[in-house]
Design a protein around this ligand. Structure first.
Ligand SMILES: Cc1cc2nc3c(=O)[nH]c(=O)nc-3n(C[C@H](O)[C@H](O)[C@H](O)COP(=O)(O)OP(=O)(O)OC[C@H]3O[C@@H](n4cnc5c(N)ncnc54)[C@H](O)[C@@H]3O)c2cc1C
Length: 404
């Protein structure tokens, strides 16, 4: 009989690797997580927003720093669109270090093993398993498993090793943590405009204990040679907003990638990508935790059967993932198309006009009734269909959605 040290080896003990380890170990599988760092949850590159459904999946409520009821969204010339209702929770802000540790610990409590300071050096697949050479605390170890999962983030080693393609978009995020910002309690803020976040938006998020996270994101082509830090400085110096930032003092800063757009080949023979490695972050918000959790949850039962039977060739993995992952990819593509049409591909002048329409009381009621960070497509479609000012865009949207 072929001897496997583990049923599944997961490269990367981030939140998605930890979640996958939990779900697979709970099914009685022997799971090992490899984490290249010496501790979980560092370095952290995240605004820490966790949607209620992602939070419910893991129950990490003790890692919450702040609850948020809504967003105060500002157009390039200052038009304010408030989305949300006081007292109605929209999202959580967590301490990412504690959140990641909590999720990985769940995996270990379910029976998974964790090797810190460990990373794969090489991997080859054959008819019955995956042969891995791993560096563990400076020493080389040979391991064999049935399935290799790459949950190793935006620059995934697994993805490169098995030539699985690239995420469609790679956004660059930059963020500081500050004290001294006076915001509205339980509300986050968003700012738009080509000087501060070309095609995307900047954010100010309350993160508990008097601190705020101030950040922004964009893509390299939209930055067109500018550094993301210079955009941040433009936000700090913006004539409309600078007074808000005057008394802030920075206590940390980070920069990181946000991969969005599922890679072409998320599965190969005995290999699968999850989370940022697969390009799962949302094109509208950059949120990657919810989609990463859903990606493993929605294929769990057939995947566990296939691991039990050790039938894990590419055709079988494709059959397991095809329907649920294609649905996720389609939703991502549609959300990106609508985002580009309504926000990212607009000049500041056009975006200002859109904001005036967003701020109309009827449109605001529609946004508050249908708006859902997790499912932006229905809102985008409703705006195009029901708001007279957006109707001219509907035909364009239809064509682009057909082509997306
Ligand atoms: C500025 C910014 C703000 C963001 N804000 C939010 C937000 O508010 N909400 C949200 O949901 N998402 C947000 N995201 C995205 C979110 O951080 C990611 O989608 C999420 O962390 C993906 O989880 P993951 O487990 O797939 O990957 P990661 O969190 O990147 O974890 C990958 C793990 O694999 C390890 N690893 C990598 N390579 C190897 C290797 N070769 N061997 C062993 N281990 C390896 C890493 O050390 C890491 O621990 C933000 C991203 C950025 C950059």
């Amino acid at each position: 009989m072929d001897k496997h040290d583990y049923d599944v080896i997961i490269v990367g003990a981030g939140p998605v690797g930890g979640r996958a380890a939990t779900l697979l170990a709970e099914e009685g599988l022997r799971v090992l997580m490899l984490e290249e760092h010496k501790e979980i949850g560092r370095p952290f590159q995240c605004a820490g927003l966790v949607t209620p459904s992602a939070m419910d999946a893991v129950g990490a409520h003790q890692t919450v720093l702040q609850e948020v009821d809504g967003a105060l969204i500002h157009g390039p010339s200052g038009t304010l669109v408030p989305v949300g209702t006081d007292g109605k929770l929209r999202t959580y802000v967590v301490c990412r270090k504690r959140f990641d540790q909590f999720v990985v610990q769940q995996g270990m409590e379910a029976g998974a093993s964790l090797w810190l300071d460990s990373a794969p050096l090489s991997a080859t697949t054959d008819e019955t398993g995956v042969q891995l050479l791993v560096r563990k605390e400076g020493e080389e170890r040979s391991l064999r498993c049935k399935l290799l999962i790459g949950a190793d983030g935006a620059h995934s080693w697994t993805r490169r090793m098995f030539k699985m393609g690239r995420p469609k978009e790679l956004m660059i995020g930059f963020q500081t943590e500050v004290v001294g910002y006076e915001g509205r309690e339980r509300w986050l803020e968003m700012y738009s405009g080509s000087s501060i976040a070309p095609g995307f938006f900047a954010w100010v998020i309350p993160s508990g204990f008097g601190t705020h996270r101030i950040g922004l994101w964009s893509t390299a082509d939209r930055l067109n040679g500018r550094s993301i830090e210079s955009c941040y400085q433009d936000l700090m110096d913006h004539p409309l907003w600078k007074e808000r930032f005057e008394n802030t003092s920075e206590i940390a800063r980070y920069c990181g990638p946000v991969p969005s757009g599922m890679v072409k080949k998320p599965v190969r023979d005995r290999v699968m990508l999850l989370g940022d490695a697969a390009g799962m972050a949302k094109p509208t918000t950059g949120g990657g935790l919810g989609p990463g959790f859903h990606q493993i949850q929605c294929i769990l039962a057939p995947l566990v059967n296939a691991i039990d039977e050790n039938l894990l060739d590419e055709a079988r993995l494709k059959a397991i993932t095809k329907q649920p992952w294609n649905a996720m990819k389609k939703e991502q593509d549609r959300a990106r198309t609508l985002r580009n049409l309504l926000v990212s591909d607009c000049t500041d002048e056009v975006l200002d006009k859109h904001f005036i329409n967003f701020a109309h009381p009827d449109t605001l009621s529609l946004i508050n009734a249908i708006g859902d960070i997790e499912k932006p497509v229905p809102l985008g479609m409703a705006l195009l269909k029901q708001v007279p000012a957006f109707r001219p865009l509907a035909l364009k949207a239809g064509v682009r959605l057909l082509l997306s």
